[in-house]
Structures are given as structure tokens and as C-alpha cells.
Ligand binder design. Structure first.
Ligand code: SAH
Ligand code: SF4
Ligand code: F3S
Length: 443
């Protein structure tokens, strides 16, 4: 057996690609190692959402390049994922020790690429396709990360072209995967013991819009998955605010396996900034959607993403983001400092760039607000009885704890000497911390 090490740097979609690549490689006698030093094949599966993530990729391959060049180690190096899709051949110039470059569109070319690099060739495969599937996919299993949850992409790409975002360039146009394929992948994951299915897409509510031969949307897919046998949970991310339909909300309420959790990135609390971002909603419209979801879905958790220091953002506009987090009671949010991305519209507004120190300060202020609200949200649940799917079991300060999630995506720490990983347990929430709640088992 040869050994492969993959450094997976991006979102869940990126992680899902790694699982597929590992599945293919296992057919060619590669087993995964977590120790780069012992690998014969080293790969980065890259993310280009921010400059920092891109830099990380080049720094990782740089280290491996040294092992190869200076210490004469017999290794092959692969550069995959979103940065590969975007930069293609250019990567060879910057990192000449890389053996192959593989973009997001053609991951099923990997077996053939391995053969070619083993013959001494250098390969770049970044052709854009409009496919979601590849016939070759059926020959390989997905080698999923061990755990309780399985990710299943349902749409690829994005058509929204928010002015800051690189994803439409790295993942191509939006296209939906066929329901049968998704359902089969879900069945396989459940048969292997996974207890939670998370459907992935840049904009999951767009699922099925592109089907010409049928009317089949996310609500239908959730219904069909909910009908599969066994006890398990279903989640879906990410929702674009104005695409969340009443039908979808009602479906979430109706279906027992679909969890009370929506990730609805707002990006900014200021309408003019949203306009500059090319988001298709105002502050007020976002508010209405959140209200509607909260009104219909009991105990729902709503999380969001925000960008700090978008070009041209004024102090007043920034404050509108802070107040949005309070006003809409967002349970948790991710924040990122704006990072200009090649090819995107906003990157051209150089004269409007926010100075780094102000951007940093906005970032800190947002994080503080998020922290406060997360604690506030957790406190609401103290004293409540809830169901937890246990994900981990480990020692913490001399005590054993199980950690897991409630249906509404709260992380729970449960002190208990028995490993309950993979089980659904009922707990009572005893204490709220900033990022998690403590619970005790109800026996
Ligand atoms: N499809 C999702 C977002 C996918 S990208 C949506 O529409 O909301 C994940 C997050 O990265 C985004 O929500 C955004 O907050 C952040 N992001 C994207 N481009 C960025 C950039 N250029 N600089 C900083 N953050 C960015
Ligand atoms: Fe990027 Fe906007 Fe598409 Fe989300 S919706 S992936 S932020 S372009
Ligand atoms: Fe995901 Fe990063 Fe690509 S967020 S889609 S890996 S640019």
C-alpha cells in the first residue's frame, strides 16, 4: 500500500470532494495517512475564499517542495480544489515542484492523473464542465470522514455573483444533482452507520430550478429522504435569504427528521452595502424572512455570516450590522474580514478599500457582539430537555465527556464515563456557556 496525505482547507463542499478523492485513491492502493512525513503522495485541497486561505495552500506545498528538492524525497505533490480551478497552469510557475493541478470540475480525472504523474508527466486538469456527475463515479465508493454525520452535495456552483465572492469562478454555474443519486448516497451513508445527513449547496433553495424534465425542489427531496427508514437527522446548508420558500419552511416543520436549523447569511445589516454586494434583499426583507422562520419553526436556531470592512462601508453602516445581530436575535454568526479576490467586481474598487486597522477593529467588534448573542441564545435553553446526537467522547481536565448537538445545532457537553458516540440521548440543559451548553443525561 502507498500512502496519501490530503490537507483539506475549505468548506464542507471541499471536504466532500476530499472524501471522493480518497475513495478513488483507495482503488489504486493508496491508504490515507494523517502524517505528511510518511506519505508518498501529498495533496492540498484548497480554498480561495480569502487571500489567507490561498496563501496557506502555497505555504503547505512549499514545505513539501523542499522535502522533494532539497532532501531528495521520492514524493508526488498534487494541488487541487478552488485555487487550482482558478489559477490552473499558473500554479506550476509559482510552485514548480507540484506534479499535478486538479480543479473542482474534474475530480474524477484523478485516477488517470495518478497514472500519468507516475510516468513522470506533469498534469493540469482544470477544464470547466457543466456536469454534476461523472460516469466514472460509480466505480468508486466515497471514503467518508469517520463520524456521525455525512455530507452530500445537492447543488454545485453558484449563479449569484455577489461582488466580493470567488465561488462562481471556482465552482462554475449552478447545477443540481439528480435526486436518485442523492438518495442513493444517503442510503449508503445510513447503511454504513451515519446518523445525520447534511445536504450541501451554495444556495440549497435553488435545488431543482434547473431541472427541465421535472418539478422537484428541496422540499420534495427532504420529504423523500425523510421517508428513508431508521432514526437519523437531516440538515441543509446554505440558504440564500430571499429564496427560502413558505413550502420549505412548512416542510421543515412537518418532517420529523429535518432539524430546526437555518444558516441564512446576511453579510451586512446595511441596505446600501447589501446593494453594493449584489445581495438581492434589503435589511427589512431579511428581517421579514427571519421573523417568518422564527414564527413557524419552534426553537429554531438561525445562524449567519457577515463580512467586516466591505469596500466603502461607513461607520454608520457597520453599526447597522451590529444592531442587526441583536435585532434579529441571530444565534451565532461567522465573521470574515473582507479580502479582495481576483476577477470579482468589488476587488476593483481599490479607492474604497477600508484600511486594515479599521477592518480589524470592525472584525473584533463584530465578534464581541456575536459572542454576547451566542451566550444569550444558549441561556434560553437552560432547564430544557432536549435530544442530543453524540459526536465525540474525550477526556477534559481529568473527566470524561461526551459532546454532541441538539436538533437545533447547539453544542452540548455531557459529563459521562461511558462513550455514547453515535447515540441519540435525552438530556437536561444545566448551564449555558458562550459557545456551548452543559447537559446531564436523563436516565
Ligand atoms: N453561498 C453562501 C456563502 C458561501 S462563501 C452565501 O451566499 O451566503 C462563505 C462565506 O465566506 C460567505 O458567507 C462570506 O461571508 C464569506 N466570504 C466570501 N467571500 C469573501 C471575501 N472576499 N472576503 C471575506 N469573506 C468572504
Ligand atoms: Fe458567493 Fe454569493 Fe454565491 Fe454565496 S451566493 S457562493 S456569497 S456568490
Ligand atoms: Fe468552499 Fe472555499 Fe471553494 S469556501 S467552494 S473551498 S473557495
Amino acid at each position: 500500500m502507498k500512502k496519501v496525505y490530503i490537507d483539506t482547507m475549505g468548506c464542507q463542499m471541499n471536504k466532500s470532494d476530499t472524501e471522493r478523492m480518497l475513495g478513488m485513491l483507495s482503488h489504486f492502493n493508496y491508504e490515507e495517512t494523517k502524517t505528511p512525513e510518511e506519505a508518498d503522495l501529498l495533496m492540498v485541497n484548497t480554498c480561495s475564499i480569502r487571500q489567507l486561505s490561498e496563501d496557506k495552500a502555497f505555504s503547505a506545498v512549499g514545505t513539501w517542495g523542499k522535502w522533494k528538492k532539497e532532501f531528495g524525497k521520492d514524493i508526488k505533490i498534487g494541488f487541487c480544489g478552488c485555487v487550482a480551478q482558478q489559477k490552473a497552469q499558473e500554479i506550476f510557475k509559482r510552485a514548480p515542484y507540484v506534479d499535478f493541478i486538479l480543479g473542482t470540475h474534474k475530480i474524477y480525472a484523478l485516477p488517470e492523473i495518478i497514472e500519468r504523474i507516475n510516468r513522470g508527466e506533469k498534469v493540469c486538469e482544470c477544464t470547466e464542465t457543466n456536469q454534476t456527475e461523472d460516469d466514472k463515479a460509480k466505480n468508486y465508493e466515497i471514503q467518508r470522514v469517520k463520524g456521525v454525520g455525512a455530507w452530500i452535495p445537492i447543488t454545485e456552483g453558484c449563479n449569484n455573483f455577489c461582488t466580493y465572492c470567488i465561488v462562481p469562478y471556482t465552482r462554475g454555474r449552478e447545477r443540481s444533482r439528480e435526486p436518485e443519486i442523492i438518495i442513493k448516497e444517503a442510503k449508503d451513508a445510513l447503511a454504513s452507520g451515519y446518523k445525520e445527513i447534511t445536504l450541501l449547496g451554495q444556495n440549497v433553495d435553488s435545488y431543482g430550478k434547473d431541472f427541465k424534465d421535472k418539478q422537484y425542489r428541496l422540499a420534495q427531496l427532504l420529504t423523500d429522504l425523510n421517508n428513508l427508514e431508521g432514526k437519523f437527522r437531516i440538515r441543509f446548508v446554505t440558504s440564500y435569504p430571499t429564496d427560502i420558500t413558505d413550502e420549505l419552511i412548512d416542510t421543515v416543520v412537518k418532517l420529523d427528521k429535518v432539524c430546526e436549523y437555518f444558516h441564512i447569511p446576511m453579510q451586512s445589516g446595511s441596505t446600501p452595502v447589501l446593494k453594493a454586494m449584489n445581495r438581492r434583499y434589503t435589511r427589512e426583507e431579511y428581517a421579514k424572512i427571519v421573523q417568518k422562520v422564527r414564527g413557524k419553526v419552534p426553537d429554531v436556531t438561525i445562524t449567519s455570516d457577515f463580512i467586516a470592512g466591505f469596500p466603502g462601508e461607513t461607520e454608520e453602516q457597520f453599526v447597522e450590522t451590529l444592531t442587526a445581530i441583536d435585532e434579529f436575535e441571530l444565534d451565532y454568526s461567522n465573521v470574515a474580514a473582507y479580502s479582495p479576490r481576483e476577477k470579482t467586481v468589488a476587488a476593483k474598487w481599490v479607492d474604497k478599500y477600508i484600511p486594515e486597522d479599521i477592518k480589524d477593529e470592525s472584525f473584533q467588534r463584530l465578534n464581541k457582539k456575536i459572542q454576547e448573542n451566542c451566550l444569550k441564545s444558549n441561556k434560553k435553553y437552560v432547564g430544557r430537555e432536549m435530544e442530543v446526537l453524540v459526536e465525540n467522547f474525550y477526556e477534559h481536565k481529568g473527566k470524561m465527556i461526551n459532546t454532541g448537538k441538539t436538533r437545533n445545532f447547539k453544542t452540548v457537553h455531557i459529563p459521562c464515563d461511558k462513550d455514547l458516540t453515535g447515540q441519540f440521548v435525552n438530556i437536561k440543559i444545566t448551564e449555558a456557556k458562550t459557545w456551548y451548553v452543559k447537559g446531564e443525561l436523563i436516565l
